[in-house]
Design a protein around this ligand. Structure first.
Ligand code: GAR
Length: 192
């Protein structure tokens, strides 16, 4: 049984889906929820599921490697970013090489990079009059949105769709696929 830690900064709808999915898995379980915001929706959701939580402090995250010890304490094998907006520091990428995945709400390599998150992404897609969009699931490296792509799903965009409409379509695909793809990746890794 592999142990997953989810990093999330926001509402945590993806984190919720992932927690639900792995409640019924024999391969992995969500063992820790990490956020940079103590009031993030995801913290409440974790408490509800009785999953331990950890609040990140920026100084500590970037200037020390203390988190590695904490991940070890919980036996964490795999890291999942779900709406986590901080750049993952190099020491963490190195310690969890090919064991960190992220979901981005656009078809990378387009519409990625610093500042490209949430509704900003959908506004850019809308402004460019794209005919389709969709989430990208990718490995995480030390640059925003640049690790190897694992999976993409597409939805069509109608000329009348607003950025909010696009966001809804893309989020529905995230909820449909993220946990399933995570489980497939986890099945290919060895124990840490
Ligand atoms: C998701 O749409 C995710 O793709 C996006 O934030 C949202 C989080 O929603 N991530 C990024 O934009 C990362 N660059 P959630 O908190 O409800 O899961």
């Amino acid at each position: 049984m592999k142990n997953i830690a989810i990093f999330a900064s926001g509402g945590g709808s993806n984190a919720q889906k992932i927690m639900e999915h792995f409640e019924n898995s024999n391969n992995a379980q969500v063992s820790l929820i990490i956020s940079n915001k103590s009031k993030a929706g995801v913290i409440e959701k974790a408490a509800h599921q009785k999953i331990p939580t950890l609040i990140l402090n920026r100084e500590e995250f970037y200037k020390t490697e203390d988190i590695l010890q904490k991940l070890d304490t919980h036996g964490i094998d795999f890291l999942v970013l779900a709406g986590f907006l901080w750049l993952v520091p190099q020491y963490l990428v190195k310690a969890y090489k090919n064991r960190i995945v992220n979901i981005h709400p656009a078809l990378l390599p387009k519409y990625g990079g610093k500042g490209m998150y949430g509704i900003n992404v959908h506004r850019a897609v809308h402004a460019a009059k794209e005919k389709e969009s969709g989430p990208t699931i990718h490995f995480v490296n030390e640059h925003y949105d640049e690790g190897g792509i694992i999976f993409q799903a597409k939805c069509s965009i109608h000329p009348t769709d607003s950025p909010e409409d696009i966001a809804k379509k893309v989020l529905a695909l995230e909820h449909r696929y993220y946990a399933e793809v995570i489980e497939k990746v986890i099945l290919k890794i060895d124990s840490k």
